[in-house]
Design a protein around this ligand. Structure first.
Ligand SMILES: [Zn+2]
Ligand SMILES: [Zn+2]
Length: 344
């Protein structure tokens, strides 16, 4: 059997101990007539992998089993197609989101919310992940990537990009609607731009001055350094901007979620795109809290289209596949500006 290089996780452990081991595993082969085989060009390193690899999310069932090949922002070239494939031909390019496959028959799949499917397969939660050279995917869950779109640009769109896009959509964007974006990293810097496309007045919040400079450059109307001194911080926001119409939370910290809820006007909307608790919620303020998770294949097509047409910026830095452990350490130490991408 042909082999491929992969960074395999056999046991959850701190990234300092280099838990990913370079291994030679069986190369994937097309097993169903509707599958395509991608030769991976790039795979983004998502913050969620850091939590999954270190075992932070064991209590919510991530990773569901080991060993795995992590990675769920995958872009590659179609090198082989199953006999029933119609959407792709050999030589096309395609990308894969965290949703590797869904059942296509349940209520969620039928209403176009296949990312909520309870019999789905998640990319990177088996040997079918992106930190390697090849992956197979059913054609229905792959999205075309234009030939001239750089791989390191396209890869982060398949989790960071779609998450940002869908969170902005969930915040019901409108021209001059005042939306606070809390957390400006790989996902947040894309959200600023998707919100700008909709004419939104973006106020960006982050603990990092660097990230705020990025947000400003990408079109945020104002930026503010996030502070844990909640009362003062809320007063500062109010003095500068009044209450927010809506807020989007990407930062995985309960204090940030709580602050975002309190910064939004009565009747306003808070979109939460991260894991955590909502400490306080006052029913009589008529606020709406809405959760969001990646997006559908249709959403993914929109992301590619908008990024291509509007030339949105994706801030990336590339590393060889073998350096995955080093990249995760950098991510943990906040040394990655927005998105790191592994090149096999
Ligand atoms: Zn991700
Ligand atoms: Zn389903």
């Amino acid at each position: 059997m042909e082999k491929m290089r992969a960074m395999v996780l056999s046991e959850c452990a701190p990234v300092e101990s280099n838990p990913l081991k370079l291994s030679h595993i069986d190369k994937h082969e097309i097993k169903k007539p509707n599958e395509i085989l991608l030769e991976i060009e790039a795979c983004g390193v998502c913050h969620s992998q850091l939590h999954g690899i270190e075992g932070d999310w064991k209590d919510i069932g991530i990773p569901p089993f080991l060993p795995t090949v992590p990675g769920h922002e995958v872009v590659g070239k179609v090198v082989e197609i199953g006999k029933d494939v119609t959407k792709f031909k050999v030589g096309d390019r395609a990308g894969v989101t965290p949703l590797l496959e869904a059942c296509k028959t349940c209520q969620y799949c039928k209403e176009g919310k296949e990312y909520l499917c309870e019999s789905s397969t998640v990319t990177g939660e088996s040997f079918r992940g992106g930190y390697t050279e090849y992956i197979t995917v059913s054609e229905d869950f792959a999205t075309k990537v234009p030939q001239d779109m750089k791989a390191e640009y396209a890869a982060p769109l398949f989790c960071a990009g779609i998450t940002a896009y869908k969170a902005v959509k969930a915040a019901e964007p409108q021209t001059h609607k005042k939306i606070g974006i809390f957390g400006i990293g790989g996902v947040g810097h894309m959200a600023v731009q998707f919100a700008k496309v909709e004419g939104v007045d973006v106020i960006a919040f982050s603990r990092s001055k660097n990230h705020l400079n990025v947000a400003k450059r990408l079109g945020a109307k104002d930026t503010m350094v996030f502070s844990d001194s909640q009362d003062e911080f809320l007063q500062e926001i109010k003095a500068k901007h009044g209450m927010l119409d809506a807020a989007i939370v990407f930062a995985p910290a309960d204090i940030v979620t709580d602050t975002a809820i309190k910064a939004v006007k009565k009747g306003g909307l808070i979109v939460i795109a991260t894991v955590g608790k909502n400490p306080e919620f006052m029913a009589f303020e008529e606020k709406t809290i809405r959760g969001t998770l990646i997006g559908s294949t249709k959403d993914m097509e929109q992301v590619i289209k908008i990024c291509n047409e509007k030339n949105l910026e994706v801030i990336t830095e590339t590393y060889p596949l073998e350096e995955a452990n080093e990249v995760l350490k950098k991510l943990k130490n906040s040394e990655i500006e927005a998105r790191a991408v592994l090149i096999p």
